[in-house]
Design a protein around this ligand. Structure first.
Ligand code: ADP
Ligand code: MG
Length: 474
């Protein structure tokens, strides 16, 4: 089912008028991003890209995605505590993928020393597309789960107001009133605040570990402001600052600039480009510390594509979540086909299948942040080249999800207005806190809808491909 406006979206000159109103509403509501030209300062800012119109989301699938979020929180948390599973699952990957190997080395090193950290905070976002079956019925299929630096929980809370106004301008007041409020930043901050409280030092701060260049700073500020509102002090530091000014005391309490850090919230550190030798050292220092890392390195590893693929093997979920059959069933229902490309018969068979039929698969390396996956002819070409080499093991293969496209306008600064055929990806934020073995908080914290033109196979909002959207439940 589509949104009532998707079959015939407004045409010129109405579309232009609506876009002008939408952009100003977005700026007023705080759907903001620093500009490409001036990414290091907030003197000149623009709007984060967004759709002119809200996109349809089947309400049953929306509810299903929310209903499974606490299960996914449990699962990620269980994986992060299961050394045997992580070791076995990542064994082949770390032989060929240097980045995963380095993360894994820190993980092992920290375990050998013994964990100083006793409070754990997970913030994740599970992303889905609506796969269109042969009979046209859409099904919820997980694309991936992000266990580090899951973004846009701040800006996404500001798009419903913008889309409400656009719908009203187009004479759709009733539909406007049906757009749901949504505030992930608040839920994320609640988790951070809980972890801060359990850490147990009134004077300790929350440290946002941020990129060198922070174009998406306003999204982070939404979470940050929620913490200031609770009288929790927030500092923003880069790996470089940690390397230069970070230290541990005898009890492995983390200090930076003389301030004790209770919680480290990573908004960076998920791609190889984030690390030079000093940054790796800083990462190790943080992981060794008593501070609550969001995520700790084990939880980051739990979010790798290789782990995602291994989870689909029969019996694996049951072992990770024993006696939780209902959770297991809800989780499994969202899985698409995922396949190992490890050397051996199973990998050979799948590689051959994908080469024969590349449009039915996506080839994924162990990378985050969009723009890394391979599709179609490129997939075939790469797989043919590496099919007999161990390099194959650094990838996984996934069934390609095929959602039904709908028409929309994607609004971006300096970009001409035109109708695009679009598909959407729904993300649900999850937050949990564990103290020792006891889970003290396990929640879903809101959603994010991102939409992109079908000509782009891959890429998120930060990568300049997808744009922010608001779900219109049908
Ligand atoms: P990343 O960690 O880079 O975000 P994802 O697995 O989320 O990696 O893939 C990036 C993008 O590629 C997704 O946002 C989606 O648009 C597209 N994509 C990923 N997997 C599939 C799939 N199985 N079918 C169709 N599109 C996919
Ligand atoms: Mg993704």
């Amino acid at each position: 089912m589509a949104a009532p406006w998707a079959a015939a979206p407004p045409e010129e000159p109405l579309a232009r008028e609506a876009a002008l109103l939408a952009v100003d509403a977005a700026l007023l509501a705080g759907v903001l991003m620093r500009t490409q030209e001036e990414p290091g300062a907030s003197q000149v800012v623009s709007y984060a890209p967004f759709t002119l119109l809200p996109s349809a989301v089947p309400s049953a699938l929306f509810e299903q995605a929310y209903a499974v979020q606490q299960d996914f929180n449990l699962l990620v948390d269980a994986i992060s505590q299961n050394k045997e599973f992580l070791e076995r699952t990542l064994a082949s990957t770390i032989k060929v993928d240097d980045f995963t190997a380095r993360l894994f080395r820190i993980y092992t090193q920290v375990l050998e020393e013994g964990l100083a950290q006793s409070v754990f905070l997970g913030i994740n976002r599970s992303d889905y597309m609506f796969d269109c079956g042969a009979d046209g019925t859409p099904a919820l299929k997980q694309i991936e789960i992000n266990t580090i630096a899951a973004s846009f929980g701040g800006l996404t809370s500001r798009t419903p107001a913008v889309h409400r106004q656009v719908l009203k301008m187009l004479g759709r007041t009733e539909e406007a009133s049906r757009l749901l409020p949504n505030n992930p930043a608040q839920g994320l901050a609640l988790g951070i605040a809980k972890a801060w409280e359990l850490y147990g030092s009134q004077s300790a701060v929350v440290m946002f570990l941020v990129e060198e260049v922070q174009r998406n700073i306003f999204d982070q500020r939404c979470v940050e402001n929620e913490l200031w509102n609770r009288n929790i002090r927030v500092i923003r530091k880069r790996f470089r600052d940690v390397f230069e000014k970070g230290s541990l005391d005898d009890a492995r309490r983390l200090y930076i600039d003389g301030q004790e850090v209770a919680v480290v919230y990573y908004r960076e550190g998920y791609v190889p480009q984030n690390y030079d030798p000093q940054n790796w050292e800083a990462r190790l220092l943080l992981e060794r510390s008593r501070a609550v890392k969001c995520p700790d390195i084990a939880t980051q590893l739990a979010g790798t594509k290789k782990v995602q693929q291994e989870l689909t093997r029969p019996g694996t979920l049951e072992k990770l979540l024993p006696d939780q059959a209902a959770s297991v069933a809800r989780i499994r229902a969202t899985f698409a086909g995922l396949y190992s490309l490890d050397l051996g018969e199973e990998g050979d068979k799948m590689a051959a299948k994908a080469i024969a039929d590349p449009d039915c698969f996506v080839l994924k390396p162990q990378r985050e942040g969009g723009g890394n996956n391979l599709y179609g002819e490129e997939l075939r070409h790469v797989l043919e080249k590496i099919k007999d080499s161990p390099e194959r093991t650094s990838y996984i293969l996934m069934d390609k999800i095929k959602p039904r496209p709908s028409k929309n306008y994607l609004l971006r600064p300096h970009t001409p207005l035109k109708v695009s055929e679009c598909i959407s990806e729904l993300g649900i934020f999850g937050v949990y806190v564990r103290q020792g073995k006891e889970l003290v908080l396990n929640e879903s914290a809101g959603h994010l809808l991102r939409t992109k033109a079908i000509e782009h196979a891959d890429g998120g909002v930060a990568a300049g491909v997808a744009v922010l959207d608001t779900p219109y439940l049908v």
